[in-house]
Design a protein around this ligand. Structure first.
Ligand SMILES: [Zn+2]
Length: 99
């Protein structure tokens, strides 16, 4: 284990473990700078991935379902207007279904 080489305010050496790349602990300038290679980035991304509910594909699927629902509701509203205009349904038909 490499030790942090930083000098403390009391004059001693920092007791923390240092980053092997620059000999400093995370308090003294040795914080990780993150993955640099494509494999490293992929490994970190895989480690952070939890369920995919917020992934681009899942959000796109959710938006598609919402758009389909809006289209269905719009079609039903247009049908309701037409059926009322044709006299097949009273315009206050919803009153029979009030709770
Ligand atoms: Zn240190």
């Amino acid at each position: 284990m490499i030790e942090c080489n930083a000098k403390t305010r009391s004059g001693g050496q920092c007791q923390r473990a240092g980053n092997p790349k620059n000999g400093r602990c995370h308090l003294h300038g040795g914080k990780s700078t993150g993955p640099k290679t494509a494999e490293g980035r992929a490994r970190i991304a895989a480690a952070q991935f939890k369920h995919g509910n917020r992934s681009k594909a899942a959000i796109a699927a959710q938006r598609a379902r919402a758009a389909r629902g809006r289209a269905i509701r719009a079609e039903l509203a247009a049908l309701e207007v037409e059926v009322i205009r044709e006299g097949l349904l009273q315009s206050n038909w919803r009153d029979d279904y009030r709770i």
